[in-house]
Design a binder for this molecule. Structure first.
Ligand SMILES: Nc1ncnc2c1ncn2[C@@H]1O[C@@H]2COP(=O)(O)O[C@H]2[C@H]1O
Length: 648
């Protein structure tokens, strides 16, 4: 089953475009190298300071691989910082890739058994641990997931014994760990409208929890409490990510499962499916095909290619899409050649057959951010419709409605099936909306403000431009993490600072250099090496990289930098240390931090809402009360409202 592994892709989700060098190209580039060491100096991996370029070149072309070179190779994040500085135009990143490939996956190597044995509950031994892990369906096949991988998996995670009544996760809190139940039972519940506890399910040995938060970045959708004494393996996102990269079958398993659960949950809420038994909903959900789209990617275009069949149902699981139609060049919004018909977001659904505007013409649907769509295929959907005549009737009514109502001319395709909702929408057309207001609303969506969970805004009617907010930020953190000017909507300026996105793409860090507090604050952890991959991923340019060497810092500044995480970066102290996030490999919790910190060259900087402090410096410092932190949905209206107003 070796073929299931793709070693050179591990840790490479940000570099899907790379083409490995041939052996001949490797030899040529190593011959070209003049040993100037610029690549190593540009490398953000702290260990690079200990690697001599001659040793690295030797390792790249022979079997003479020193231990620290092997470790460095494993730690290389393929950020590409080494490439532009090379005077002979070598591709050091690709040379590293070829070395990575040759050395293979570190999880094929020795396991830290001390660590694994230290985790075992009383009376447990390694065979029992492995047999409990193998009860998990995705680990059941030892040909796909060998014992060695499972032991590395345990060594880089955390095993916990919990008492009855222990709350492992709370509904509404952010968290990206997944828990595998090795012993005991857990009650899952959610909170009802009146604050009452609603039981959801009981999970036991062989099952797991927390994959929803991990895979989607969304808050936990249930509270999980131990019903009995229990043993769980708490696995950080990066550790499961690594296993998923090494064994793609594990990845497919999780993605399919997570999608089935999300689809089922959305279907249960849809008025169309009211009255359908859970087992039937699950059956349809299991047959759904899930597709992912990146920002700006087209789901469907007006050309005939890729048009969905009329009797398929598309459910938007995550993200926002824009529905538009081509128009005469220069006559669309902002003189473009498209007319935007509607925006739609996660939780919405639409029937296929994009002639549903009634004019038998298609539309173009574009992802505004990362989008996941579930496509319920025709046959299972038709079977369901035939089994539930009332559902079929609702579906047919919906089709008719769109041909009949005027609202259909705007947003038929993506409207929910709930007809009362449609009527309400027709009544709530905002008569006051004008072109400027619509443009602002458009910016809130397309510039991602609505993706935020907490946004810093400046009330321009009150702001006296004293800059105290930025200066207070700098006093506290050493570097200002915000710029008070930004996008303007009416009398509100949306400052340029991290908005703590709902689904933060920056958090795909393979080193766990960026993490999220249960309350939603996204912060830079001690594992950050400043490689800049998160900054590149941030669509809003709200992460910057601080380079110590370039700034020619003094020893005292260096010391200040070393205590960055424990005391805070600036003059103001009293910062609580934030949780250290675990990562696979050398940056795990067992690694001495100081030694690593000493070698650190760079660090990412971003607003974390002053996590670890009792207040937010910018808001606190504003003498006019003009700086405010707001939830964009509460402040500007829900995305749904914004999008609807925008579409009118
Ligand atoms: N209906 C359900 N059946 C099984 N597990 C669930 C159900 N609802 C929620 N969960 C689990 O409870 C977890 C709570 O945290 P997450 O949302 O991260 O992931 C969730 C799922 O793993």
């Amino acid at each position: 089953m070796q073929s299931a592994k793709q070693p050179f892709l591990v840790g490479m989700t940000h570099r899907t475009d790379v083409r490995p060098l041939t052996e001949e190209e490797v030899r040529f580039e190593i011959d070209m190298c003049i040993g100037c060491d610029r690549c190593m100096r540009a490398c953000p991996v702290p260990l690079s300071a200990m690697v001599n370029i001659a040793d690295l070149n030797r390792a790249t072309t022979s079997d003479d691989v020193a231990e620290h070179v092997a470790r460095f190779t494993d730690e290389c994040v393929m950020c590409g910082s080494c490439v532009p500085v090379c005077p002979v135009d070598n591709h050091r990143d690709l040379l590293m890739l070829s070395l990575k490939q040759r050395l293979g996956i570190s999880w094929d190597g020795k396991v830290d058994m001390q660590r694994v044995l230290g985790y075992l509950p009383e009376g447990w031994d390694i065979p029992l641990l492995l047999s409990r892990l193998r009860e998990q369906p995705m680990f059941s096949d030892p040909r796909l997931v060998p014992d060695n991988y499972l032991l590395h998996f345990v060594a880089t995670s955390k095993m916990q014994t919990v008492l009855p009544g222990t709350v492992l996760m709370r509904e509404g809190e952010f968290g990206r760990e997944i828990y595998f139940i090795l012993e005991g039972r857990f009650d899952l519940s959610s909170t009802g409208l009146e604050g009452e506890e609603l039981p959801i399910a009981v999970l036991r040995r062989g099952e797991y929890m927390g994959e929803h938060g991990m895979l989607t970045g969304q808050p936990r959708n249930a509270t999980v409490r131990a019903q009995t004494a229990a043993v769980v393996l708490e696995v950080p996102e990066q550790v499961l990510q690594r296993l998923m990269e090494i064994v793609p079958a594990v990845q497919s398993f999780f993605e399919q499962l997570s999608a089935t659960r999300s689809i089922e949950a959305i279907m249960r809420r849809m008025s169309l499916f009211q009255g359908v038994a859970s087992v039937d909903l699950r059956q349809v959900a299991e047959q759904a095909i899930t597709r992912r789209y990146d920002r700006d990617e087209k789901l469907f275009t007006e050309d005939n290619k890729g048009q969905p069949a009329r009797e398929t149902l598309h459910i938007l699981l995550e993200g926002f899409v824009k529905v538009a139609r081509r128009t005469i060049a220069g006559t669309g919004r902002d003189k473009s050649n498209e007319r935007i018909i509607a925006y739609r977001q996660g939780g919405d659904y639409f029937a296929g057959g994009l002639d549903m505007l009634g004019d038998r013409r298609a539309v173009t649907v574009t992802a505004i951010n990362r989008v996941t769509v579930a496509e319920l295929p025709r046959i299972p959907l038709l079977t369901l419709l035939s089994r539930y005549p009332e559902v079929n009737q609702r579906f047919q009514e919906r089709l008719r409605l769109y041909h009949d109502t005027k609202v259909a001319a705007y947003s038929a395709i993506f409207e929910p099936f709930d007809t009362s909702q449609l009527q309400k929408e027709a009544e709530t057309v905002n008569p006051l909306s004008d072109a400027a207001a619509r443009a602002s609303l458009h910016s809130l969506v397309s510039d991602g403000v609505v993706e935020g969970t907490e946004v810093l805004i400046i009330d321009l009617d009150k702001c006296i431009h004293c800059n105290e907010c930025e200066e207070a930020c700098e006093r506290r953190h050493g570097h200002s993490r915000m710029n008070r000017s930004g996008m303007v909507v009416g009398n509100i300026s949306i400052a340029t600072a991290c908005r703590q996105c709902q689904d933060p793409v920056c958090m795909l860090c393979s080193r766990a250099g960026i993490a999220r507090m249960p309350g939603g604050e996204i912060y830079i952890t001690e594992s950050c090496i400043g490689c800049g991959i998160c900054a590149e991923r941030c669509p809003y340019d709200n992460i910057s990289i601080m380079t110590l060497e370039e700034e020619g810092v003094s020893r005292s500044a260096w010391q200040q930098f070393s205590s960055f995480f424990t005391k805070g970066g600036g003059k103001e102290r009293g910062h609580k240390t934030l949780p250290m996030a675990a990562a696979p490999g050398p940056l795990d919790r067992a690694q001495p931090k100081d030694a690593y910190g000493e070698l650190r060259k760079k660090i990412a900087i971003k607003c974390d809402l002053c996590a670890g402090y009792d207040n937010q410096a910018c808001v606190q410092a504003c003498p006019m009360g003009a700086a405010l932190r707001v939830n964009p949905t509460t402040f500007f209206g829900s995305t749904e409202e914004i999008l609807r107003k925008r579409a009118k």
